[in-house]
Design a protein around this ligand. Structure first.
Ligand code: PGA
Length: 249
């Protein structure tokens, strides 16, 4: 496996059916023109609709979260095995909104990641520091803990389905993008120091940046040595914008 470019839309708790139809209609116009992997993560009840509409455009579909159990009495949870069964391709795991609003911690995220991979899904594992942690000079310490704890003990047979997303919490949904240099520093730290510690192949793992990525800044971010794509919230909701992200001029 080698590093590749991924543009992943995280739609969060947004998009009605009509918005989704408009999105795929816009993407249809540029079908075949983007040279990255284009993936979207809608709300769970829209995954099947997106699978149908995405098929013609080569857009793969995944979930924003999944459970740490395959099946059973876990009301309200989303089984990774069932996600795979309906044709989902990946799950985002450990998004900062899951960590900080819903209290998901490293060990729990490690269990979810392993189970998602065992179920045949790709895992987009998210890490990132809060503003106060950055200001206290703790960015590397926090990211190191999140990466090494969250991705520990994953058998090597699954490594080729792991993607990491670095998303500084202070840049998510705030309009404050990390500068390409700030992002590159953390990506390089993850790739060159952390992956080795958990026996992941630094040359093979794609590391995406997330946090206020938009058509006007994507090119410069993707131009950094260790940035392999973007996990995008707000600017992924409209097909016109997402299309621009997928083929930066
Ligand atoms: P944003 O969200 O692009 O709206 O900042 C990114 C994310 O939360 O993945």
């Amino acid at each position: 496996m080698t590093r590749e470019i991924y543009i992943v839309g995280n739609w969060k708790m947004n998009q009605k059916i009509s918005d989704i139809e408009s999105f795929f209609n816009a993407m249809k116009k540029i079908k075949g023109k983007y040279n990255c992997h284009a993936w979207v993560a809608p709300q769970a009840m829209h995954i099947e609709t997106c699978l149908k509409l995405g098929r013609d455009n080569g857009i793969l579909v995944g979930s924003q979260n999944c459970a740490d159990h395959q099946s059973g009495a876990y009301t309200g949870e989303l089984s990774p095995l069932s996600l795979k069964d309906i044709g989902a391709h990946f799950s985002i795991i450990g998004h900062s909104e899951r960590r900080h609003i819903y209290g998901e911690v490293d060990n729990y995220l490690n269990a979810k990641t392993l189970l998602a991979l065992q179920s045949g899904l790709w895992a987009i594992f998210c890490v990132g520091e809060k503003l106060e942690e950055r200001e206290a000079g703790k960015t590397n310490e926090v990211v190191k803990r999140q990466v090494t704890e969250g991705l520990k003990n994953i058998p090597s047979e699954y490594h080729d389905r792991i993607i990491i997303a670095y998303e500084p919490v202070w840049a998510i949904g705030t309009g404050k993008t990390a500068t390409p240099q700030q992002a590159q520093e953390v990506h390089s730290f993850i790739r060159n120091e952390l992956l080795e510690q958990i026996n992941l192949d630094a040359k093979a793992i794609s590391i995406l940046y997330g946090g206020s990525v938009k058509p006007s800044n994507v090119k410069e971010l993707l131009g950094q040595n260790d940035i392999d794509g973007a996990l995008v919230g707000g600017a992924s909701l409209k097909g016109e914008d997402f299309g621009k992200l997928c083929m930066p001029e």
